[in-house]
Design a protein around this ligand. Structure first.
Ligand code: MV4
Length: 496
């Protein structure tokens, strides 16, 4: 095992990785920008090095600076977490040049999975189901019309270099096709410097189901079961659960086998995720994520496998600690992403100072957080405060625990997505497991009404909690603040 590793990330994931380090007796090195001097992870680490300027391109995306710190600190390995440089092949190149192990897959697979046409071709060759459409770049509009006709409308035009929902257009009839191709090409060219596009059959309201995999350098590959991530908004996941509510042993075996075939075919190592779209009993490869993901804790919770420790062990040359038959799904886990955003104002970011904080606990509750009382959430980075994960012996118990944990969770000073999650936990479609990628948009009205009701119901209790943080006369002023919040919520409703 390594003696010391550098964590090239910040916030809750930096702490998550440092926790694995501490359990494995590995020293951790934090890097921090000026905006993260007082962040929890910066001071949790065994050593810390300043990056200076908080702008992402000058700090957590600055490969040269990060490499200099890795060398100076004598770290043997580097963990990139998720986001920032997690899927950047240049970072791996630089690490290789300097004799530092990058905890993650090879440069070749990062590059081939980053290109959607290449990854789709590889998966088809591997025998993994892919969505019907073109296997290569579309340039000729006559050819595009023919392809679309043969697969049938609606179709979707996608940028090969695309990701995160950028560079995608749905097309319902032939008249729109050529224009959609041109516009996707132009968006792709601007955003990714690559105008390559391709066409697929558009699958309406699919489920997003993904498989966690682990592979070592000794030829061992396992899948660590499935997660359902259909509850998202603008390609940002909000709630994930493991297993998928529709999963059966038979379907898991089939999809899991496809996921293993996929990663074995490309000689993938480390932890990774194969994303599928699922619709009408069929599943199709969508994308591969070559990193540890935000939602990895729900898999850890139902399988009792520490995915980050496995990543560190794999990178240090060890064999996987588990074989496929050791992977058992025990009960059900749900993760709610708690963001500093106003769910009644189109999820507008709401960074600021946390003036009151009390985290939930008790049976079946895990909280992965990067914040504390009086911490100021910086404006430079994403707005995730924490991830609340609950476990239950079945889905219903996991949901009831989530409701209970959300009701215990007090965050004052910034608006959060907690009311949104409370509303979802009461939503009948959610309770029935009737999920798809358009869930939030389709049920928007019901969710907003529920949220408004929840905020009204909770005013009294939250006021009481406030008085424990800020005893005395301040409470009256704060009641006014809540009143105005509720008015905003009501105005929002009236506008509809
Ligand atoms: C699709 C699709 C339906 N049909 N492809 C969205 C992000 C990008 N990575 C791929 N995406 C989609 N591709 C076909 N052929 C629907 C989506 C999609 C989606 C996929 C996963 C999770 C959330 C989503 C939300 C909207 C659309």
């Amino acid at each position: 095992m390594f003696d010391k590793i550098l964590i090239a990330n910040r916030g809750e994931i930096a702490i998550r990785i440092m926790r694995a380090c501490r359990e494995l007796d590995v020293k951790s090195v934090a890097i921090y920008s000026d905006a993260d001097k007082t962040s929890l992870y910066t001071n949790y680490a065994d050593e810390k090095y300043a990056l200076g300027n908080p702008s992402p391109s000058k700090s957590y995306l600055n490969i040269d600076k990060i490499m200099d710190i890795a060398i100076e600190s004598e770290a043997e390995a580097m963990h990139p977490g998720y986001g920032f440089l997690a899927e950047n092949s240049e970072l791996r190149r630089q690490c290789e040049k300097n004799g530092i192990v990058l905890i993650g897959p090879s440069r070749k697979v990062i590059e081939s999975m980053g290109d959607k046409i290449t990854s789709k071709k590889l998966m088809k060759k591997a025998g993994v189901p892919v969505i019907g459409g073109t296997d290569s770049e579309v340039t000729d509009s006559d050819e595009a019309v023919k392809v679309a006709e043969s697969i049938g409308y609606p179709v979707i035009v996608k940028a090969s270099a695309g990701g995160g929902g950028i560079g995608m257009r749905t097309v319902y009839e032939e008249d729109e096709l050529v224009r959609a191709i041109e516009s996707t090409q132009s968006v792709a060219s601007t955003n990714f410097g690559d105008s390559t596009v391709f066409i697929e059959k558009y699958i309406e309201k699919p489920r997003h189901i993904e498989f966690q995999i682990l592979a070592d350098d000794h030829g061992n590959t396992i899948h660590v079961a499935d997660r359902e991530c259909s509850i998202q908004r603008r390609h940002q996941k909000l709630i994930e659960e493991a297993p998928s509510p529709i999963m059966t042993d038979e379907l898991r075996e089939r999809m899991g086998e496809s996921a293993i075939k996929a990663v074995e075919y490309i000689d993938y190592t480390s932890a990774g995720t194969i994303e599928f779209l699922y619709s009408g009993g069929e599943y199709y490869f969508l994308e591969m994520n070559t990193r540890i993901q935000v939602e990895h804790p729900i898999t850890e919770t139902v399988t009792n496998i520490d995915l980050v420790k496995e990543q560190l062990k794999i990178a240090s040359g060890a064999e996987l600690s588990y074989s496929q038959k050791d992977v058992k799904v025990n009960g059900h886990a749900i993760e709610c992403r708690i963001n500093a955003e106003d769910p009644l104002a189109d999820f507008a970011p709401n960074p600021g100072k946390i003036t009151g904080y009390r985290s939930p606990g008790g049976p079946g509750v895990r909280l992965d957080s990067g914040v504390y009382m009086n911490y100021t959430i910086p404006t430079f980075y994403d707005s995730m405060i924490s991830k609340l994960i609950t476990w239950g012996s079945n889905r219903n118990e996991a949901i009831n625990r989530m409701k209970r944990a959300l009701s215990e969770y007090i965050i004052l000073g910034v608006k959060t997505t907690i009311p949104f999650h409370k509303a979802i936990m009461r939503n009948n479609y959610f309770l029935e497991g009737d999920l798809h990628t358009h869930f939030v948009d389709d049920h928007r009205k019901g969710i907003d009404d529920e949220m408004t009701g929840i905020m009204e119901e909770e005013t009294e209790r939250i006021n009481r909690m406030r008085s424990t943080f800020m005893p005395g006369k301040k409470v009256a002023a704060i009641s006014v603040a809540i009143g105005s919040y509720l008015n905003t919520a009501k105005n929002h409703q009236m506008k509809k």
